[in-house]
Design a protein around this ligand. Structure first.
Ligand SMILES: C[S@@+](CC[C@H](N)C(=O)[O-])C[C@H]1O[C@@H](n2cnc3c(N)ncnc32)[C@H](O)[C@@H]1O
Length: 382
């Protein structure tokens, strides 16, 4: 592999003995405590998800994706070695060479530099080119916040919300699972632990490299990753008991689509979701279930376009479909563009799909969720 490839894209660095040594080292680093430390809140309101973070601190769970105005305080209360690991591997801050050597050892530091995983900083330190996220026993290597190349692979707040939602709801652990648009492999690795097979597919070759790395890092021998377009008509796999996809569901103006391929969900943000619902007819086993995370545009006249379209497909495709509304949201940056398409707001939703005679059901948020949505509506529509 040429030095140029290695330095251009860190995801190309993992081959041969280096890949084995890398995974072994990451497995032995004391990363467990990292998940309690939230990253800093850099924009918007001065406080972040403080209650959720405090709850996770007390009851368990990872706060590595919840921004906090108190991040510095959490960090200050942490042992020096854990703090350095967090700054270097989770936040991507520059550390002096001696700091890296102390954490990783001399030999590993040298090989990480040689493979382009650590790059010299304009100061005299080195910066890590990937980010490590810890979720319970699982470790994920992903792109950094600041990654500006195309085809970014990251884990966002939505990804984690989906994982937590499904861990509560998916109780059947048998049969084969398909995770479409697997990205880092987060949904796949979280939900396939006791299954015969977990297959992750992604159209993005960088995601395929990253998910393959994470599958091996987490020793998930039942999982494999394939580069593929989920809509490829020539792909006719065995049917699956569980299908998941955290879909691209944003609605971008034409000139922003190319830079947001992992987030753009097509017209109104729902075109891709609707297309995939029809594709599921070929992918789901008779007793199978699919869970999709997507978004529903609520129009100025109050209609929910996703629900209207899903209800129409239930009979035609022979599917039982339920939506579980998580929360309302607004995309302020594109407010004018969305208004020009008659969109008032969006709902973030989990959609459950099963083969059946055809039926549609909506599950609204609970009383607390409705109160929060009501307050946010007042603040957003002022
Ligand atoms: C919102 S990301 C979800 C990533 C990851 N599953 C998670 O939960 O963090 C959507 C993913 O879908 C992938 N994708 C988009 N279109 C696809 C297609 N036609 N076939 C397969 N994957 C696709 C993107 O490359 C991206 O990785």
């Amino acid at each position: 592999m040429s030095v140029e490839t290695l330095t251009e894209d860190w995801t190309c660095a993992f081959s041969g003995q280096f890949a084995d040594d890398f995974r072994q080292l990451v497995r032995t680093l004391p990363l467990d405590k990292l998940e309690r430390i939230p990253p800093p809140k850099n924009a918007g309101l001065p406080f972040g998800h403080e209650l959720r973070i405090a709850r996770r601190l007390l009851t368990g769970g990872s706060s590595m994706l919840d921004q906090s105005g108190l991040s510095r305080i959490y960090l200050a209360c942490t042992a020096e070695r854990v703090r350095r690991l967090y700054q270097g591997l989770a936040l991507g801050e520059s550390l002096p060479l001696a700091g890296w050597r102390d954490m990783l050892g001399h030999e590993a530091t040298a090989s990480w530099i040689e493979r382009g995983l650590l790059e010299p900083d304009p100061g005299d330190g080195f910066r890590c080119r990937f980010r490590l996220i810890v979720l319970g026993p699982l470790r994920f290597v992903v792109d950094h916040f600041g990654f500006s190349g195309g085809n970014r692979v990251h884990i966002g707040g939505d990804s984690l919300n989906m994982t937590e939602f499904l861990q509560r709801r998916v109780t059947d652990t048998g049969g084969a699972m398909l995770d479409v648009g697997t990205g880092s492999g987060l949904q796949l690795l979280s939900l396939s632990q006791r299954r015969d097979l977990g297959l992750g597919v992604d159209i993005n070759p960088r995601a395929v490299r990253v998910a393959s790395l994470n599958v091996k890092l987490n020793k998930a021998a039942n999982c494999r990753i394939e580069e593929r377009d989920a809509f490829d008509p020539a792909w006719t796999p065995e049917r699956f008991r569980l299908v998941t996809w955290n879909l691209p569901f944003m609605f971008f103006p034409d000139d922003e689509v190319a830079a947001n391929v992992d987030g753009h969900g097509g017209h109104l943000g729902i075109a891709l979701t609707l297309r995939f619902v029809e594709r599921l007819v070929d992918l789901l086993a008779p007793e199978g279930v699919a869970w999709l995370l997507t978004s529903a545009p609520v129009m100025l006249d109050g209609t929910n376009r996703l629900e209207v379209e899903l209800a129409e497909r239930t009979r035609r495709c022979g599917l039982e479909i339920s939506t579980f509304v998580l929360q309302k949201y607004w995309d302020r940056r594109h407010a004018q563009f969305h208004r020009s398409h008659q969109i008032r707001s969006f709902e973030s939703v989990m959609v459950r799909i099963q083969p059946g005679p055809g039926g549609f059901q909506r599950h609204p948020p609970n009383a607390v969720g409705r109160s929060v949505d009501w307050l946010r509506t007042i603040l957003n529509e002022r």
